[in-house]
Design a protein around this ligand. Structure first.
Ligand code: NCD
Ligand code: ZN
Length: 343
């Protein structure tokens, strides 16, 4: 197969940052996707409806002229999130869920939740209002090996949330392990997961190929090959509860190439092409449209996009660098050849 037309995809997990970085990256996503779920981990974080609405306006005003791209907002849960904020957000068409960052799990998560019990009243309200909970699923105890943090979180916290709030709608974000795939498959329709293009394409060796490779460092960290294969099987399979969420997370070249480099991979520049590359590896595009464009809207109870896009097999080279305020941005697969292009 050399050409494929599908309904325009959406990105169900994206970091857009704020001015001046926002304007440098939002066009990359807007040219590929109809909508995106925008992460709230700004500094300070987006914790209520008012902040989410004003962030949404800043995103809209930084869009390229004529763009129809729709940002879908999320709230950042803290120990102090109020039940009223959830009730209000659940009435908004522009705010689709709330994100649980266990405190200390990742970039700008310091304001996150320290103990899951602290937000039980909020989870109760989210269950009642059918307001989705997006979870960064990693244990934060630094005695837990970094490669085991997702599995540990499933056993310690995810299962507990499921037991205590059986009707809460949950998206297990950017899953990276076979255990996470198995967990999602064992649940009912209230649980889904996003998968990034980089976790479909690299395993942990990529961080150490001939030296340390900061541009392959993200959280959750890439795992062993067996896990990449499990993710690829999930993404290309027929379950209907796995969908695209790039977790594209821009950091400047200097912030990445440092003695203490930031976690995050910038994939927005060619996200669809990267997902196509992964499906090509699996040799099976039969569920590509479902993964990219149908499963996400179905879970979030939104209509699918009306426009279509066509991709074709035609090689091109990812640029080495992109412009970014105060420096450069290194895209995922910089300088490498990809097999698929958007027509
Ligand atoms: C994200 C970021 O930089 O905001 N980084 C990452 O490695 N994915 C945060 C996150 O989603 O964990
Ligand atoms: Zn993220």
């Amino acid at each position: 197969m050399n050409k494929l037309t599908i309904i325009k995809p959406d990105d169900w997990h994206l970091h857009l940052r704020d001015s001046p970085y926002l304007a440098a990256v939002v066009g990359d996503t807007a040219k590929q996707f109809g909508r995106a779920i925008v992460m709230p981990n700004l500094k300070p974080p987006i914790t209520n409806c008012e902040e989410a609405e004003s962030y949404r306006q800043r995103i809209l005003s930084d869009l390229p002229v004529g763009s129809q791209f729709q940002p879908l907002m999320t709230l950042y849960l803290t120990n102090n999130t109020r039940v009223e904020d959830i009730a209000l957000a659940s009435l908004s068409h522009n705010i689709l869920g709330a994100k649980l960052y266990p405190a200390g799990a990742t970039t700008n998560s310091d304001a996150g939740v320290t103990h899951i019990q602290k937000i039980y009243p909020v989870l109760e309200a989210m269950q009642k209002h059918q307001f989705p909970l997006l979870i960064h699923g990693e244990a934060t105890d630094n005695k837990v090996d970094i490669f085991d943090r997702e599995k540990h979180f499933i056993d310690s916290t995810m299962q507990q949330i499921r037991n205590d709030f059986p009707e809460l709608r949950i998206i297990f974000e950017h899953i990276t392990t076979r255990e996470a795939v198995d967990f999602v498959l064992a649940q009912d329709d209230d649980v889904a997961a996003t998968i990034t293009p980089h976790h479909l394409l690299i395993n942990r060796n990529a961080m150490f190929e001939g030296g340390i490779r900061p541009h392959h460092y993200c959280l959750p960290i890439a795992k062993r090959e067996e896990h990449r294969v499990a993710l690829l099987n999930a993404a290309t399979g027929h379950s209907g509860r796995f969908f695209a969420g790039t977790d594209s997370a821009p950091h400047s070249q200097t912030a990445k190439e440092s003695a203490c480099g930031c976690a995050g991979i910038y994939s927005a520049f060619c996200a669809i092409e990267l997902y196509a590359e992964a499906f090509e590896l699996a040799g099976d595009f039969s569920h590509f449209e479902a993964f990219m464009s149908l499963n996400g809207p179905k879970f979030y109870r939104l209509p699918v996009n009306t426009l279509q896009i066509t991709i074709e097999k035609s090689e091109w080279q990812v640029p080495q660098t992109l412009d970014y305020p105060g420096g450069l941005l290194i895209p995922f697969k910089a300088g490498e050849t990809l097999q698929w292009s958007i027509v």
